[in-house]
Write a protein that binds this ligand. Structure first.
Ligand code: AMP
Ligand code: FE
Ligand code: FE
Ligand code: ZN
Length: 284
């Protein structure tokens, strides 16, 4: 029997709407063998997700989606199988979370300047997590009746070049890759098809990127083929995931991308290699 995984999922611990338990229930109902949690800039949800997975007999891969930057472009780097207790990783994640929390105040100030009377407290109450982001602002705008949909909130206010846009501090892609490696994890470029260009990929491979998320719910068949070819040429790992953030147009994305389990085995082998001979520890 073929086994499948979804290695890109969010919960309420970042900007997803499912609790870990709800996510795992959905994973079971769509017949997944393994799932990874990749909340933005946090691993807090991993403990509960791991427990729920154990009860559901689903294999759990801990992870996080780190925000990074390469050549002025925002890049998301998926880290898998890091040691969540790694001190440097923990310190960097706390730094990111503080920046995210402060950014909510800045976004709200910009909205207030546009005569939209929402408060940071209201947004942070909706977020109710350490890694709040623009989707939480969008939900607050919808809840208060200032926008009809989250898409409208992004289009009118929250997107780049819109009135309430506030950039996030980002580490370089190389720093993110090193941070993941020194915590014993594997670094994968998330949804490359959503970036404007592939120009950033060679230098990331040079910096030690372990693989490319070829399968993603927003990749066309052509994009998937293109990145599979690139991964093959670069001799790097292939991963995939739905990037489910909860219900999307009334339906959950979890399980819509079904990664063949052999790729999960490759991913785990790579992490084992790093744990046996840590990278980024200054020994080479
Ligand atoms: P942030 O991390 O605060 O910059 O917010 C980025 C997140 O916003 C992404 O990870 C997506 O989950 C979400 N996002 C981006 N565009 C939209 C949109 N049009 N509607 C809903 N969510 C969006
Ligand atoms: Fe997100
Ligand atoms: Fe992303
Ligand atoms: Zn994501």
């Amino acid at each position: 029997m073929n086994a499948f995984a979804d290695l890109h999922l969010h919960t309420q611990f970042s900007d997803g709407t499912f609790s870990p338990e709800e996510l795992v229930n959905r994973a079971r109902s769509v017949g997944l063998t393994a799932i990874a949690l990749t909340d933005h800039d946090t691993m807090e949800g991993c403990v509960r997700t791991a427990i729920a997975c154990r009860e559901a007999a689903i294999e759990f891969i801990p992870g996080s989606e780190l925000t990074a930057e390469q050549d002025g472009e925002e890049i998301h780097i998926l880290g898998y199988l890091m040691d969540a207790e790694n001190p440097k990783l923990q310190a960097e994640l706390v730094k990111f979370q503080t920046i995210r929390q402060n950014r909510i105040h800045e976004i709200v100030q910009k909205l207030n300047a546009k005569k939209i009377p929402i408060t940071a407290e209201a947004v942070l109450a909706i977020a109710n997590c350490q890694a709040p982001g623009r989707p939480h602002v969008a939900r607050a705008l919808v809840k208060a009746g200032h926008c009809a949909t989250m898409d409208e909130a992004f289009e009118r206010f929250l997107k780049k070049h819109r009135p309430a846009w506030v950039p996030k501090f980002k580490m370089s892609a190389e720093q993110a890759i090193n941070l993941i490696h020194q915590a014993g994890g594997v670094a994968i470029m998330a949804h490359p098809g959503l970036n404007r260009s592939d120009d950033v990929i060679p230098s990331m491979l040079e910096a030690g990127l372990d693989g490319i998320e070829c399968f993603h719910s927003k990749h066309s068949a052509g994009m998937t083929e293109h990145y599979l070819q690139m991964a093959k040429e670069g001799n790097v790992l292939v991963t995939g995931g739905s990037d489910c953030h909860g219900l999307s147009k009334g339906r959950p994305l979890i399980g819509t991308v079904r990664l063949d389990y052999t790729h999960v085995e490759r991913l785990k082998e790579r992490a084992e290699q790093y744990k046996a001979a840590p990278l980024g520890s200054g020994s080479s």
